[in-house]
Design a binder for this molecule. Structure first.
Ligand code: ZN
Length: 215
């Protein structure tokens, strides 16, 4: 459990010692420590953590943050489980408009939108209900949209070994919208194309037309 939790933190030098010691803590200790930090945050922004409306806020925030980042505890192989089936079908499979909610790693504010996933099977298909769960594994972490997109593609590639996979993510970022630093209603679109989605123009075009050409 503790190994995958902070996997991606390893390649960053000088991580806080708090991060390194966190996996040693039991979940309820982690929650209590977080709540203490949130109480301190409230003081630092000039609030009174003892006033009635805020009394249980630190515990709620700690719980909600644990839930919103539960993807650290999950991996693709686990959520897909045994839902990979032998199948000769070799045409594109596309699931469009998968809702997701994530937190940007720069501000810890939500970004959210839709994910579109397509793959061309190579002897195996995956239960369609599993694709939204693959999205959840990576969305429920601190993210940047570009990495989220790549990780979804990589996750599907790893369990399915398809002829190709394409992922498009369309999202709005509250850190841009709420802070008013950029265009308020802009949508950010990212894509990850692998295998025949990268190498075969006809496949790529079909995918992008199906994803973008609908409105
Ligand atoms: Zn941000």
């Amino acid at each position: 459990m503790s190994a995958p939790r902070f996997d991606h933190a390893k390649d960053r030098a000088g991580e806080l010692s708090l991060v390194q010691s966190a996996p040693e803590l039991a979940p309820d200790e982690r929650g209590a420590t977080l709540a203490t930090l949130v109480r301190r945050e409230l003081e630092l922004i000039g609030e009174d953590p003892m006033r009635e409306g805020l009394l249980r806020t630190p515990e709620r925030v700690a719980k909600s943050l644990a839930w919103l980042t539960r993807g650290y505890e999950q991996d693709v192989a686990d959520v897909v489980g045994s839902a990979v089936f032998e199948e000769a079908h070799s045409q594109m499979v596309l699931v469009r408009d998968i809702d997701f909610y994530s937190l940007c790693e720069h501000h810890m504010l939500p970004f959210f939108g839709k994910v579109h996933i397509a793959y061309v099977p190579d002897g195996r298909i995956v239960g369609l209900s599993k694709l939204p769960r693959v999205v959840e594994v990576f969305a429920r972490r601190l993210q940047v949209q570009e990495r989220l997109t790549e990780q979804i593609a990589e996750g599907i590639e790893s369990v399915l070994r398809p002829a190709g996979v394409g992922v498009v993510v369309e999202a709005e970022h509250l850190c841009m919208m709420m802070r008013g630093v950029e265009k308020q209603h802009s949508t950010t679109i990212t894509s990850a194309l692998r295998g025949c989605f990268r190498d075969a123009p006809a496949t790529r075009d079909e995918f992008l037309r199906l994803v973008h050409g609908r409105r």
